[in-house]
Design a protein around this ligand. Sequence first.
Ligand code: GTP
Ligand code: MG
Length: 448
Amino acid sequence: MQKRIKAQSLNTLKNKSVYLTIKMAKTKPTINIAFVGHVDHGKSTTIGRLMFDAGAIPQQELDKLKVIAKEHGKAGFEFAYIMDKFKEERERGVTIDLSYQKLITNKYEVTIIDAPGHKDFIKNMITGASQSDAAFLTVAAAEGVQPQTKEHAWLLRTMGVKQIAVLVNKMDTVQWKEDAYKKVVADVSVILKQAGYKTDTMAFIPAAGYLGDNVVNKSNNMPWYKGPTVREQLDLFEPPNKPTSLPLRMPLQDVYEITGIGTVPVGKIETGVMKVGQKVVILPGRSGTGINGEVKTIEMHHEQMPQAEAGDNVGINIRGVGKKDIARGDVVCDASQPASIVQEFIAQVAIISHPTVIAKGYTPVFHIHTAQVPCQFVELIEKQSPDGTKASNPDFLKNGDLAKVRIRPIGNLVLETQATNPNMSRFAVRDAGATVAAGVCLEITSKK
Ligand code: GTP
Ligand code: MG
């Protein structure tokens, strides 16, 4: 009898602690944090180092990657290889597509997003930025501000990333000197202010991703630095405010076909809550008028969940939807409160970098959430030049101008206004391999 009671209470205890662990894991808020910045400045390496020093990557795994890196003639890339898994990425030593790592900190369940710095893959960086709540703008100490440092700062701002920390990386290459650090801090502050960020309270972390200084472990090489490490900074970001009260919007990042499961669209839930059994409509879909379905399963970090909410990166399975019906750029919406497909919209745009001028008729590609759609500038309504002068119906727009414009998508596009759903209202304008402008949607005319 005695024995039985003991066994029972032990079981209860065990169940209780299991329950508590699950409960605790569930109650930690999620946050998505991207590493962005110019090519080769050490984003992937720093994330790899972070995962390794945090104990998430075993030594044998790193040793294996070290050998593979050497074989590819890329010695020194072993930490980057933790993130860069594709053959082409490893052979070239550059990140091409986004990759993700999960790290549990004291405060958060963090999804770390590694974005490519190379300008050829900037559309992936934009998608990464659109999924992020916070970002580390990574700048190598010796190189300082480079073209994509500036471009990424603007893109973070446009994609609504409110919180930034600056990672001044490769401090070993400047002999850990505070002067070199200060120069980078000053230069990066200028471009961040131009993009609209406040830098007074921003963290600027001097680090060496490859060696591990100020990533998880405090550096002995820079006693002059008193601020947080990268790991500490993760918990210093404010919890993202979750727009869970807005209707469900989940822009698709990719669509997979998985044997035994079926069609699995993946992406980040921008707003609202998604539940198993919920009726949804995917807009615009291949038909251009929406595909109806019902959420069958929701998976996050390889675990099935009964529901997920704004901020979560998930893979889902939807009853009644095939791989051919949907694609990246489509948006899963609550069927009772769908978004609209736009005929035209009025936007506020900032012209960042155009080789000449922008006039009526200009039709570049707009990157909106995960969609890429050509759109035409049909009317230039008004503009404000960098010197503050204003003009109505200007003939053209040039770098530095802020303008109100009327835009017409060529094709089907889901977009919402800043007032109704800020997360679904921002876009970047790209042309000939560069980000020309960035903006936000103010008014919409829906397609009937
Ligand atoms: P992309 O993703 O292609 O934009 O590059 P990245 O920013 O992810 O850079 P990656 O991590 O691939 O590193 C590029 C090179 O910089 C590799 O050779 C790394 O070993 C090296 N590197 C990274 N961090 C450090 C550092 O702290 N010190 C030094 N000396 N080299 C570093
Ligand atoms: Mg990389």
